[in-house]
Design a protein around this ligand. Structure first.
Ligand code: ATP
Ligand code: MG
Length: 452
């Protein structure tokens, strides 16, 4: 992309309504524009990051054997009356009446709708296990929308639902989700710690929230610091292997890590004192096992191997896709702007032309641009007629992890400069070397599953 032809409305001034870094930086970097309280337009740069996160989520869900689909944002109230949640959900639910006076609502989540789909089409245990998911906009009329996309009213969520014959199978689905979520967050350059949580209005027996540690987080958390040393890394996971998923789950959840809702001072005090931590965290996902709560209420049964009809065991699992952008920025920025992790960056590198209009410098930039594209990389080329200082400031604000600086002085020696946004370190490289270096850096971040 050439910056001169892109739409990147960066702001010089710090917007006064933004209280936290991620909100400020998303506004300043021209990623979002507020449409009304808690509702945002996703400008091209923000939209690009959102799509990247969606792709990672899809890939990791599909890898775990879960099946993508898409349900509508508007739902009929009838299903919610059936489950009993139409009244229980309260003022967070946006209720709408259509021209025929039918009660509708903008979905805050989809347990009812998916259970209805399930009961309409599945009647035998032979069709189980089944996990369906979608990535769709949700609406919750939050009392206090704030912190930009972090607590919006309209927000993008991945929500998935498992249907299993037995509790044991449903717990395997739970563990599978836990592992797939860990992988998802790690690919986004985040450490999200699974913490035992409270089930709240969804109801259920077992639930973990995933929290990214950040001073601006809304949740208070307590944990054993040893939990921050564990990574999934590149290990191979066989999602059909019950024991392996269980082992990973236990590895990540046996150390003390809880939100304030489930915090138990006595148990916490058994953690060696030097490892006890209390901090703030951002909830970026949650998994639930809730047994037969919805299948009982809505008659979602299958015929078991013995011919008897039994309610299915279910769980639901959510990732806050749009909130994650805020969380990633909270964890990755400095005073000059965002610092995108390689896995989610909107463009792979910036190209700064120090002398726009100079034939040789322009040509070198074009050569680099074409060579990067050929490698499957997306550069953002600042080809505007601006002074170097302004170009650097924009690149720092936008936060691409790598910048190529191209000027007549370097080109005289056949080199350009490759600079890391995170460390500020620069190396001089020939054009060819720069391109292969970037291809090498991004090799581990390529996707290997075709998304839906
Ligand atoms: P919270 O406690 O933050 O209100 P929740 O527990 O009600 O969230 P879930 O129903 O678990 O949310 O939804 C799954 C994920 O969706 C959450 O983990 C969070 O990342 C995201 N999410 C929930 N509410 C919002 C919101 N208002 N804005 C942005 N993301 C949200
Ligand atoms: Mg939650």
């Amino acid at each position: 992309m050439r910056l001169s032809r892109y739409f990147l409305p960066v702001l010089k001034e710090t917007p006064s309504e933004a209280q936290i870094a991620s909100h400020r930086l998303m506004l300043r970097a021209g990623m979002i524009k507020q449409a009304s309280a808690g509702i945002y337009s996703w400008l091209p740069l923000g939209f690009k990051v959102l799509r990247k996160l969606e792709n990672i989520v899809h890939e990791e869900q599909i890898r775990a054997g879960h099946i993508p689909m898409l349900m509508p944002t508007l739902q009929s109230a009838d299903l919610w009356k059936e489950s009993g949640r139409y009244d229980a959900y309260g003022p967070e639910m946006l209720r709408i009446r259509d021209r025929h006076d039918r009660d509708m609502l903008f979905g805050p989540t989809n347990e009812e709708m998916i259970t209805d789909i399930f009961r309409s089409h599945v009647s035998s245990y032979k069709d189980l296990p089944l996990t369906l998911y979608h990535i769709q906009w949700k609406f919750r009329d939050e009392v206090r929308p704030r912190f930009g996309v972090m607590r919006g009213r309209e927000f993008l969520m991945k929500d998935g639902y498992n249907f299993d014959l037995t509790k044991e199978d449903a717990l395997h689905a739970y563990n599978r989700h836990l592992v797939a979520y860990l992988r998802t967050y790690e690919r986004m350059g985040l450490q999200a710690i699974p913490m035992r949580a409270d089930s709240g209005p969804i109801g259920g027996d077992d639930t973990h929230e995933f929290l990214v540690l950040a001073d601006t987080g809304e949740s208070e958390v307590f944990y054993d610091s040893a939990v921050t040393d564990i990574r999934l890394g590149a290990r191979d996971i066989d999602y059909d292997n019950v024991d392996q998923c269980q082992a990973v789950m236990e590895e990540f959840t046996s150390l003390y890590a809880r939100t304030d809702e489930t915090h138990d001072e006595a148990v916490f005090n058994a953690v060696p004192e030097e490892r006890r931590r209390s901090a703030r965290g951002i909830e970026v996902g949650q998994i639930f096992y809730f047994g037969t709560k919805y299948s009982d209420a809505m008659g979602a049964t299958v015929q078991g191997p013995d011919g008897k009809s039994v309610p299915v065991h279910m769980g639901s699992h959510g990732i806050g896709v749009s909130r994650l952008i805020g969380a990633i920025i909270e964890a990755n920025h400095d005073e000059n702007g965002i610092i995108w992790p390689e896995g989610v960056t909107p463009f792979h590198c910036g190209i700064v032309n120090l002398k726009q209009g100079d034939a040789e410098t322009d040509a070198a930039c074009e050569t680099l641009y074409a060579a990067l594209v050929k490698q499957g990389l997306e550069p953002l080329y600042d080809d505007r007629n601006e002074r170097a200082g302004g170009k650097f400031a924009t690149m720092d604000l936008v936060g691409l992890p790598w910048r190529l600086t191209v000027g007549p002085r370097g080109l005289k020696n056949g080199v350009v400069e490759l600079t890391s946004r995170r460390t500020g370190e620069s190396t001089e490289l020939s054009l060819d070397e720069a391109v292969s270096k970037l291809a090498e850096i991004y090799a581990p971040h390529r996707s290997d599953i075709a998304h839906p």
